[in-house]
Ligand binder design. Structure first.
Ligand SMILES: Nc1ncnc2c1ncn2[C@@H]1O[C@H](COP(=O)(O)OP(=O)(O)OP(=O)(O)O)[C@@H](O)[C@H]1O
Length: 579
């Protein structure tokens, strides 16, 4: 209920459609209700007295009613669809925006499969429920109540039959609805599981193939798929098996009406047309109740969807702007002052008391064991997460005080895993700078030593990348991701192990080009290779979330045993450390 109230605001802009639809439906049902009475008059007055003119007149009235009813029905469908489709589209857009602005910590609370189900299946459920609600929910009760009232006034002698039919019908439908709610909730859970599995399997298809685990994955998928099929079948079968009960009850009602009707006709209390009209109204009562219960079932299916959508919509991003944030141009002086951070407040922090300073335009290299907190450290700079303790300053202002857009616009980030979009190379680079010119693009490609290989591709910068850029090598992807960051000419450039798949000669070229192209940028380079960070103005050596040593390459060689050990290991492995 709370979820429905929360979502009702999305219907406000379309309230006119939402009001018009039921009104037009009332018109249609009104016309439907008149017709059996006209038929009764044709039988009892026209046919009984052989009055052809009366029959033709009533027949014309019936056609007119049918046409008005049809117009009402068509209008209702048009407006209810318009309201439901627009409502769904707005909820989807808002949901998408909310997810887009999620901080990392927010994203971790939901699985990707669940978010995809929210954006697709759940919204579809809400759209269908609203459409039915506007169309049929009025039709059902109105037809039911209308038919009962008409029977009371026109066929009162047969009215007692309803004392049996109506309560039995209502109880049967109540049981069916309760069961449906339970069953369809289970179906929804299964859809979630299938989506999560599909998303994971498709994302990891290469790993699955490399490990030859296709059969295993298929088995796992088959389990959740089978469960979904079973739950869907159970839900449909239970509902389908119970529905004939309602028809059976109505049939008993018809038999009772005929038995009672014959007695009353014999006694001259009613005429034959009343029985025909009564049977028609009985069908309408059934129809009315069935339509109402169908809508209730649809609503029951939509309630879990509404709840799930609202949970996401209400999720407040953990990273927000303060009131009156600083909107000052950033120079790129960075200072970490005793910064600590943990992903999970109940376990030991991932970063502990990190302190260092980097002047604008300088290069900071970050090296350390895997899992020592290198990626976490640089993610804090762009406020992908906020620090728990200590402060990060940029140009002597704590980063929380900056306008988030301003802060992030001053930075460019090439993540550990080069994520490229399924569009042209040019469009991918324009993610870094929307209004990039052809020269900007070529310059950025040149800086990351990607120009040469791009020139060899069909259509060059217009070359279309496949989803996940599977048509490029790992090193090519990394170089394009670097170009996308470089093209921005950011005040702070962050490269998270972006040369791991690049050979040492290419890496040297990139280092030289970047030094030229990004003289004024403060550069943070995370790497496990000494060769990538050796020339940095400041090298941070991380161990278990702490800075165990910091200085230039030469200084560290003199003072840090740990750093010396890393250098020695890489030399042993034949790594290119020196020029
Ligand atoms: N989203 C997350 N939720 C919980 N813990 C995380 C998350 N991301 C990283 N961690 C943990 O934080 C620690 C530091 O991870 P981080 O990725 O910063 O290390 P790293 O030094 O960059 O490692 P690598 O060199 O392997 O990339 C690890 O123990 C990791 O398990």
């Amino acid at each position: 209920m709370r979820a429905a109230l929360k979502l009702s605001k999305y219907l406000k802009p379309y309230k006119h459609f939402a009001i018009l639809a039921p009104i037009l439906m009332v018109l249609e049902v009104g016309m439907d209700l008149i017709q059996p009475t006209i038929m009764q008059k044709i039988i009892d007055k026209g046919i009984a007295t052989n009055d052809t003119q009366y029959i033709i007149m009533m027949f014309a009235a019936m056609i007119l009613c049918a046409m008005i009813g049809w117009l009402g029905g068509a209008g209702c469908t048009y407006f209810s669809s318009k309201a439901a489709v627009n409502f769904a589209s707005d909820v989807r857009a808002d949901l998408y925006e909310t997810i887009t602005y999620f901080a990392n910590s927010n994203k971790d609370k939901f699985t990707l499969g669940k978010l995809i189900t929210n954006l697709t299946n759940d919204i579809e459920m809400l759209q269908r429920a609203l459409n039915m609600l506007l169309k049929i929910f009025v039709r059902g009760p109105f037809m039911f109540v209308g038919a009962v009232i008409v029977v009371f006034f026109t066929a009162r002698d047969l009215f007692p039959v309803l004392f049996f039919v109506v309560p039995v019908l209502i109880i049967s439908l109540y049981i069916i609805i309760q069961l449906s709610i339970k069953l369809f909730r289970k179906v929804q859970e299964s859809i979630d599981q299938v989506n999560t599995r599909v998303q994971e399997n498709l994302a990891g298809i290469r790993v699955i193939k490399a490990f030859n685990r296709m059969r295993y994955q298929m088995k796992q998928f088959a389990t959740v798929n089978h469960q979904l099929t079973k739950r869907n079948m159970t839900a449909d079968q239970v509902v389908a098996a119970l529905m004939p009960i309602t028809q059976f009850v109505v049939n008993i009602g018809i038999v009772l009406a005929l038995m009672l009707g014959v007695v009353k006709v014999d006694a001259g209390a009613i005429e034959i047309g009343v029985i025909v009209a009564f049977i028609n109204y009985l069908m309408m009562i059934l129809n009315g109740l069935m339509s109402s219960s169908n809508v209730l079932i649809q609503i029951a299916r939509a309630i879990p969807s509404a709840e799930r959508v609202v949970v996401v919509l209400e999720e407040q991003s953990d990273i927000t702007n303060i009131e009156n944030p600083v909107k000052k141009e950033i120079q790129g002086n960075v200072k970490f002052d005793k910064v600590s951070f943990s992903y999970n407040k109940h376990v030991e922090p991932v970063l502990k008391e990190i302190s260092f300073e980097a002047k604008a335009g300088s290069t900071v290299g970050i090296i350390g064991m895997t899992g020592s907190g290198k990626s976490t450290l640089i993610k804090l700079l762009g406020r992908l997460m906020d620090v728990d303790e200590g402060t990060i300053y940029i140009d002597n202002i704590p980063i929380q005080q900056y306008d988030i857009d301003m802060l992030r616009n001053a930075m460019a980030f090439a993540p550990q895993k080069a994520i490229l979009f399924s569009t042209t190379i040019e469009e991918n680079l324009k993610y870094g700078k929307i209004d990039a010119t052809k020269e900007d693009i070529q310059e950025a490609l040149f800086a990351s030593n990607a120009f040469e290989f791009v020139e060899k591709l069909d259509h060059k910068e217009q070359h279309e990348l496949t989803q996940g850029a599977t048509n490029l090598s790992g090193g090519q992807k990394q170089r394009l991701a670097m170009s996308r960051a470089i093209i921005r000419k950011p005040k702070i450039l962050i490269l998270d192990d972006t040369t791991s798949a690049v050979d040492s000669i290419t890496e040297k070229i990139i280092q030289r080009n970047m030094k030229e192209a990004l003289k004024d940028s403060t550069k943070f380079i995370v790497s496990s290779k000494i060769s990538s960070i050796k020339h940095a103005d400041l090298i941070l050596v991380l161990g278990d979330g702490r800075i165990v040593a910091q200085g230039t390459h030469e200084e560290l060689l003199k003072m840090s045993e740990y750093y010396k050990e890393i250098v020695a290991t890489q030399v042993e492995r034949g790594g290119a450390i020196d020029e």
